[in-house]
Design a protein around this ligand. Structure first.
Ligand code: GUN
Length: 293
């Protein structure tokens, strides 16, 4: 069994981006600039946005953190988005999810200029993804593709079983993995909460992806011998032995799955850091106006 080290791979991608930024700056041009909007004070969201901003600093991007109170109205948030859309010094921006319940997420993601939508959440970008046109791909599925690429994981003709059909992870990943690309060219099965005999499905997976957001949803006995195991889940589970009071647990029971897997992502340190690398890649694409693939 080999660990798919997302932390190391992410840092390698960041090193490469850092060199590109140095070259850009040496030519006298401004650096790529990412902005992140955070509404309210959800602990996990604050951590994620903090990590994104820190990564920008590490590689020489400019970054702007926009922190708005939890009772910000939808109109005020739309005004802020309009401002960021018009700001020519900002190449891309994200609005961190989840948003407070009084705000309509679809109204927000639809208001972002698609050419600055480095999260790849806008309807136009999702449509382009489905049509195989160059676009921004959401950070988690893109990060997974980059991880598979980095480790030269063979995906062609393999059976990729994805558990979880969210519009930001499972669904776009199912599109990417079935595309005529490398990585890609897999036969994809998209499972979800209404799937009958989930174990029967997961036991057929050459590549198994857990993306339901529920701690240890997939047990070790549901993993096929030799499978490549990708765990997207990062659920906070109370743990008094930790200073933070919690530990992070994936969707796939690591202890059992690691005994079966040929490759497996740890949690934390697997897919999580790759999402940061993917966001930074998308920001460079926005800066250069060149998109994936
Ligand atoms: N919340 C969890 N994942 C994401 C993400 O990729 N982008 C944004 N904006 N919010 C998130």
């Amino acid at each position: 069994m080999e660990l798919l080290n997302g932390k190391e791979t992410s840092l390698k991608i960041q090193e490469d981006l850092k060199s590109q930024v140095e070259k850009i700056k040496a030519e006298g041009k401004r650096a790529p600039h990412l902005a992140a909007v955070l509404v309210g004070d959800d602990g996990a969201s604050k951590t994620y946005v903090g990590a994104k901003v820190k990564a920008c600093a590490r590689i020489g991007y400019d970054s702007t953190e926009v922190i708005l109170p939890g009772d910000t109205s939808q109109d005020d948030l739309l005004n802020k988005i309009d401002e960021l859309n018009k700001n020519e010094n900002i190449d891309g921006f994200i609005v961190q999810l989840p948003l407070p319940s009084h705000i309509n997420v679809e109204a927000i993601t639809s208001a972002i200029d698609p050419s600055k939508d480095v999260d790849g959440f806008h309807l136009i970008n999702v449509g382009k993804l489905l049509k195989g046109r160059p676009t921004f791909v959401a950070a988690t599925p893109l990060g997974i593709m980059e991880l598979l690429k980095h480790y030269n994981i063979e995906t062609e003709g393999k059976h990729c079983v994805i558990v979880g059909r969210s519009d930001i992870v499972g669904t776009p990943l199912s599109v990417l993995m079935s595309r005529k690309t490398n990585p890609g060219n897999s036969t994809v099965t998209l499972c979800h909460t209404r799937t009958k005999n989930l174990k029967e499905m997961t036991l057929q997976a050459d590549i198994l992806v857990g993306a339901v957001g529920s701690a240890n949803y997939i047990s070790g006995d549901m993993v096929k011998d030799g499978a490549v195991v990708i765990d997207v889940g990062i659920t906070r589970v109370p743990d008094e032995t930790k200073k933070s009071g919690f530990r992070l647990v994936g969707d796939i029971e690591f202890e059992g799955a690691s005994k079966k897997a040929s490759y497996i992502t740890p949690v934390p340190g697997g897919v999580g850091p790759m999402t940061i690398a993917a966001l930074l890649l998308n920001t460079m694409h926005a800066y250069n106006k060149v998109f994936y693939p």
